[in-house]
Design a protein around this ligand. Sequence first.
Ligand code: DAK
Length: 259
Amino acid sequence: MEFEFITVNESYAKHIALIQLNRPKELNALNLQLMLELKRAFQLLDDNDEVRCIVITGNDQAFAAGADIKQMENKSAIDLLKIDQFETWDQIRKTKKPIIAAVSGFALGGGCELVMTCDIIIASETAKFGQPEIKLGIMPGAGGTQRLTKAVGKALAMEMVLTGKFISAEEALASGLINKVVPIELYLEEAVKMAKEIAVQSPIAIRLAKESVLKAFDSSLQEGLYFERKNFYMCFASEDQKEGMKAFVEKRKPVFIGK
Ligand code: DAK
């Protein structure tokens, strides 16, 4: 796959694809083209049956320092409306396969929002998370006020959004924003390790389970429980369910095929 601002490796490891943001001089600032490339990459990987888990990363210095301020500077509200970047973000959010973010350095503004649309977040000790839009006279627009608040709670979210302060990887871990902090030389390796644990499971059960967990964010408990129940029944329509349970009874490792 040929892209200008990202690189995509569909078979980084068995059943695992790697997307790398690649605008290092601009700290991976998310310009419009980069976001369109990301949307396309996630669609292609979602459609590729060989891929079971997607890892997205930046570089040691930055995951992404936010949307491209230079590109946004002179835009009017109507320009933004016409560009309709939300369509791109919505499509990325709809990716069915699990996404693990491997984060080092800055994850700010749109960069932090992109990280929060991922399913699991592994960070290096140097990672810094923040929603500094307030310092630019704007506010988060790609889910920051909602996902951050749901992840870390009102107190810290309010402080981060209203002051623009960054939090460290350790603070992000303690507040429930991320899954794990590891030394800088290990963050990608650790993310791929977790991707491998996911990739050996039934892709069907994984898809339904991801969908069900995400449902908890935008529904009442009762609605979420009904949704979960439907997806739980659906697992029993798969060959993988039969294989998984048969393997348990036969005391061997299951081999899942995604059917
Ligand atoms: N945009 C454009 N360029 C950026 C950038 C950004 N967000 N962040 C850094 N750069 C560029 C710098 O301009 C600099 O370029 P040159 O001057 O060398 O040409 C280069 O990257 C290196 O940056 P610094 O020299 O500033 O490096 P430092 O280590 O001194 O500082 C920093 C690192 C991350 C603290 C600093 O660069 C910084 O504060 N960056 C801005 C962070 C920020 O405010 N981020 C939020 C941006 S607003 C939407 C979806 C999402 C969004 C909006 C709408 N829709 C769906 C409609 C999101 C909005 C945002 O993210």
